[in-house]
Structures are given as C-alpha cells and as structure tokens.
Design a protein around this ligand. Structure first.
Ligand code: ZN
Length: 125
C-alpha cells in the first residue's frame, strides 16, 4: 500500500483519511466500552445494595437505621429526591434485578468485532 501511495497522491490522501477515520472509530469505541463497563458496574451495585419501591418501582437504597422507608426521602425527613413519598418497610421492597453477566455477554457478542487488529500510526499529522 505504501508503494502505491508513493506513486499516487490521490490514493495516498484516501489512505491517510481512512487511517484517520479508523483511529477516530477506535477512540470512540473505547469511550463507549468504558461507559458500558460503568453501567454494568452500576447494575451490580444496585443489585447488591438497592431494592424497588413496592408502590412506584423507583430504585431505593436503605442507608441504615430501622427498616421503615419513605420513597424519595429519608424516613425522618430531608434528603428529598424524586419518589412517590409512600411508606413501606425495607422487607416489603422488591429486589432489584440487574442486567446479568450472561445478558451483558450477549450484548458484547452482538457488537461488531473488526477482523483486522488495530494499527496505530504514531506522529501522523
Ligand atoms: Zn415509590
């Protein structure tokens, strides 16, 4: 390819643009992969530490103290967030079902995996 690029300026320009777009794609994919991994970590955290309000299905977390809960705020007031403000106990809250690792792997399998390995051209302007 380099020999042809040396002989054909138009080909060289197209090759340079292809390399630029490929590098941009890999950078974008790496960012998406990081976001995806953060979402999976968040799912695991919620599955371990959170449940669902039995009235509105909002994700709730028990921060200690007695088991009495009010959806969307601390039981004794304060820390107001979105929620239906109905009372329940932690035992009445439904389990939070996270995206499982198996489902996550299915998603990963659906992602296009390039056949060619990443080639990084350093110091190209
Ligand atoms: Zn609620």
């Amino acid at each position: 390819m380099k020999k042809k690029a040396n002989e054909d300026a138009a080909y060289a320009a197209r090759l340079k643009e292809y390399d630029r777009q490929q590098k941009a794609s890999w950078i974008r994919n790496a960012a998406l992969r990081r976001q995806y991994n953060a979402l999976i970590a968040d799912e695991k955290y919620k599955a371990t530490n959170c449940r669902l309000c039995p009235h509105c299905n909002r994700v709730v977390q028990h921060m200690g103290g007695c088991a009495s809960m009010v959806c969307g705020r601390d039981y004794h007031g304060g820390n107001d967030q979105s929620g239906c403000v109905q009372s329940f106990t932690w035992d009445q809250a439904k389990p939070y079902v996270a995206t499982t690792d198996r489902e996550a792997k299915e998603v990963m399998r659906d992602l296009h995996i390039p056949k060619n390995k990443l080639v990084v051209h350093e110091n190209i302007k």
